[in-house]
Design a protein around this ligand. Structure first.
Ligand code: SAM
Length: 442
């Protein structure tokens, strides 16, 4: 049995192929096709994903045989993972290629696009959204705006989750594995977070991870788990202001308290623009006879109350809905001096169908999975003047817009605005504005 297993290990070889790379997938990897020929086996055509490659490039790739299950230990849950692929040589590079500044780019699972000119990252993201709106959303000519750039597309992340390896070193995990790549700096993390990471890397940290958050507008930093005395001291000596259980961040002129497990937008300068877009989306083209101070707006998936707080002085009443207990606690604290925000705890899909208030507009900012069908059904059953849909996953955005705008055509899609919250990565954020179709009466 042992001999068989050793034979299998030896069989897991690396094959080299010289190929011309195809288009980038939605995950930001280039594609390639190769034929694997083995003795006494039919030739096999493999469709591969090639990280850190660009369309049209002529490259040599290494393709590792995927692992096979150990004999006698085949689990029903075992699934072969796609073969690991990496570029070993670039023969003809794309004119859009730039030098990726990060030494672990291509291996690390964090960034996918550091090697692509930033301008091209933006057009690629717009193209992806357009494709998804056409294919999944069934919009023939989606009203898609140009992607809004991040002025400084580096060192923008105000929070990082670092994994800790067996030796206690912090880092990020290698793509498709749990292997930790120890790091003292990451080019998309805020400079203050990198300062903290440099300090942490001098100590043996407890597994499995450490979360570092930084308030760009306040200068406050929060680490979870809380650090021992000697680490805290070094962090302070590095010029960092460390908070205990909560920290604050500023956005749109307001201060938000945030606990470690509450969601908050990760790119503060882009979030400022996003808040403006949400407000404009609700206020623009409003029929003149309606005074915003008379309107009720629902902020669904409200987090710590980000949009709710910033909308509160424009509208008469805000109803905010959120399921996370820690975000709800923060939202209550953040709205403590504002008397026209009502915060409801629960899942949007449970709370919304039973809401008896007369609602005029919606802001929905769900997680990547998008909205549950019952949320969309409720929006169709009780159509409102305007919906602003903030999305961090354009495929689920396209799916949900298809439901809201097609079928009985309750809403019309006014605009979809890609906004680059996550430069150097394949993640795409969009703000979509929907208007109730004129023939729909409440
Ligand atoms: C993308 S975040 C948006 C938060 C907020 N709008 C902001 O900009 O800070 C999504 C939020 O929805 C919450 N959430 C996820 N699923 C939910 C559900 N089914 N019902 C209510 N809230 C949910 C999460 O806890 C998270 O706070």
């Amino acid at each position: 049995m042992m001999t068989d297993f050793n034979e299998q290990l030896q069989e897991r070889m690396i094959h080299y192929h010289t190929v011309t790379l195809g288009p980038l997938t939605r995950q930001g990897h280039a594609t390639a096709e190769v034929t694997i020929e083995k003795e006494a086996e039919e030739p096999k055509l493999l469709h591969l994903l090639v990280p850190a490659g660009l369309p049209g490039e002529r490259v040599t790739i290494a393709v590792e045989d995927p692992p096979k299950p150990r004999p006698g230990r085949r689990s029903r849950r075992w699934k072969p993972r796609p073969p690991r692929v990496w570029i070993t040589e670039i023969h003809e590079s794309s004119p859009e290629r730039v030098v990726a500044p990060c030494p672990v780019f291509g291996t690390c699972g964090g960034c996918q696009l550091q090697h692509l000119q930033y301008e091209r990252q933006l057009t690629w993201k717009r193209e992806m959204v357009e494709e998804l709106l056409r294919e999944i959303g069934h919009f023939e000519q989606p009203p898609l705006l140009e992607a809004v750039a991040c002025e400084i597309p580096w060192n923008y992340r105000n929070q990082m989750r670092f994994s800790i390896n067996r030796e206690g070193q912090p880092g990020l995990t290698a793509r498709d594995t749990r292997r930790v790549l120890p790091l003292v700096s990451c080019p998309i993390a805020h400079e203050r977070i990198n300062r903290a990471l440099t300090v942490l890397s001098q100590f043996e940290n407890p597994r499995p991870q450490v979360i570092v958050r930084y308030g760009v507008g306040t200068g406050q930093m929060l680490l979870q788990p809380q650090q021992p005395e000697e680490v805290q001291q070094q962090l302070q000596e590095a010029g960092l202001t460390i908070c205990d259980e909560t920290m604050e961040e500023k956005l749109g002129g307001k201060t938000f308290r945030i606990r470690p497990s509450s969601f908050f937008q990760t790119n503060t300068p882009q979030a400022e623009k996003m808040v403006r877009m949400v407000l404009d989306g609700l206020l623009a083209h409003r029929p003149a006879e309606k005074d915003p101070a008379q309107l009720t707006i629902v902020d669904a998936y409200c987090g710590v109350g980000t949009f709710a707080l910033l909308m509160a002085h424009h509208f008469g009443r805000i109803i905010a809905i959120e399921e996370s207990p820690s975000a709800i606690r923060d939202a209550h604290w953040n709205a403590r001096d504002i008397n026209n925000i009502e915060i409801l705890k629960g899942k949007v899909e449970d709370v919304l169908p039973g809401l008896s208030a007369q609602v005029d507009g919606f802001v929905i900012d769900p997680p990547r999975a998008g909205c549950q069908p019952v949320v969309l059904e409720t929006l169709l059953r009780y159509p409102v003047e305007r919906v602003v849909y903030v999305s961090c996953e354009p495929s689920t955005l396209a799916r949900d817009l298809d439901v809201l705008c097609h079928g009985d055509e309750t809403y019309q899609l006014v605009s979809v605005q890609p906004l680059d919250m996550f430069p150097q990565t394949a993640h795409i954020e969009c703000v979509a504005v929907l208007e109730r179709n004129k023939h729909e009466n409440i």
